[in-house]
Design a protein around this ligand. Structure first.
Ligand code: NAP
Ligand code: CA
Ligand code: CA
Length: 265
């Protein structure tokens, strides 16, 4: 068990690092250079790489015994459940960064012996930072964030990638829910569930760094976060993921599963 005082000390360093990233980001974006990875939609920029490297340097300086599990490097997963492990997606929504210079974020989480203890989602362009400290609270730009009130699916906006759900399932979800919205960055789509603006966000093949921060936010805000069989998700492996307001969780999952609703892409 980690003491809250220790978490607050780590949090202070991380908040300063996030402030530095925000200050340097505009010039990094000006010098942005984009490459493709597996296919033409799989983008990475020097901004993604530079942010992750900068975080690694901060860890080496202040917390040398902390492990790092990042999207861009370090995929040795053997000892990640031992001691302190950070999971980082330096830029979530890289396609949005490249195409719009908007609607991207950083996702960052600290686990201690496999349990989430600190979490951050920084929506850089809107200057909105979500922060969770286990045993202390959840904040949006330093203001406490309360759990959203429960809402049924018929009153909720829901979010999912429309390339991966079967047409019939998608149609059923659109029919029953209040409506559909997608930002295109798993961290920001999830954060809309934290605030109650969205009822649920579904990602049928989430990578660990897409959802690292969401574990603690879900726990502290009374949200559901599971795979599609209502089971916990392993933070090292990721996989099918739903984060949902408790009021629309059962119904959303029922529709998602009833016609074999999605392809694993
Ligand atoms: P996108 O705009 O590139 O990305 C939307 C979100 O999905 C971001 O959080 C992104 O994280 C993440 N993502 C990007 N590529 C992914 C991949 N291959 N697998 C899982 N997550 C991914 O998304 P898009 O242009 O609509 O799709 C790009 C590819 O990702 C397509 O092959 C799509 O089918 C797949 N994808 C699948 C799901 C799903 O629910 N299974 C959801 C989104 C995308 P980064 O920006 O950090 O990469
Ligand atoms: Ca991502
Ligand atoms: Ca990324």
């Amino acid at each position: 068990m980690v003491e809250v005082e220790q978490l607050k000390m780590i949090d202070k360093q991380v908040m300063q690092w996030l402030d530095r990233v925000r200050r340097t980001l505009p010039s990094m974006i000006e010098d942005m250079d984009t490459q493709t990875k597996a296919n033409r939609f799989d983008l990475v920029t020097n901004v993604d790489k530079a942010i992750e490297q900068s975080f690694e340097q901060m860890l080496t300086m202040h917390f040398p015994n902390h492990q790092l599990y990042g999207e861009e490097a370090h995929h040795n997963t053997e000892k990640l459940r031992e001691g302190f492990t950070w999971v980082i997606d330096p830029i979530d929504g890289t396609a949005n960064l490249v195409k719009q210079q908007d609607d991207f974020c950083l996702i960052l989480a600290l686990f201690h012996n496999g349990q989430p203890v600190l979490s951050y989602i920084d929506d850089f362009s809107r200057q909105k930072r979500f922060q969770a400290i286990k045993g202390q609270g959840v904040y949006l730009n330093d203001v406490p964030l309360s759990p959203p009130s429960e809402r049924p699916l018929k009153e909720s906006l829901i979010s999912f990638n429309n390339k991966v759900l079967n047409d019939e399932t998608m149609h059923d979800l659109l029919e029953v829910s209040f409506g559909y919205r997608l930002i295109g960055a798993c961290g920001l789509d999830s954060a809309k569930v934290f605030t109650g603006q969205f009822g649920a966000h579904i990602h049928t093949n989430a990578k660990p760094w897409d959802i690292g921060a969401q574990f603690l936010f879900a726990e502290m805000l009374g949200l559901k976060m599971t795979n599609f069989h209502q089971e916990p998700i392993d933070f090292i492996h990721g996989g099918p993921f739903i984060i949902s307001n408790a009021g629309c969780y059962d119904e959303t999952l029922k529709i998602l599963l009833q016609k074999g609703g999605y392809q694993k892409l």
